[in-house]
Design a protein around this ligand. Sequence first.
Ligand code: ZN
Length: 82
Amino acid sequence: MDLLLRLYEDSKRGGTCTACGAALDWYETLKGNNMPMNAGAVPRKSETHPETGRVVVFFAADDTHWTTCPQRDLFRSPKAAS
Ligand SMILES: [Zn+2]
């Protein structure tokens, strides 16, 4: 999958997954949502946002912890699971 997520580099902060305990790096998306990336995931590229001047890093969507967490079913809404 080549879908890339755009995240603000300066929003990075460490954390752990509440479901499986894995180390995470939380980032803020351009829309202001929080996105858990697997710790150690490497951005594919980066650029400066033309309006905010903040550095935006591009991560593969497959590097989100939601994709790889062994407990990822817990993140899905009950409606989607039915
Ligand atoms: Zn997890």
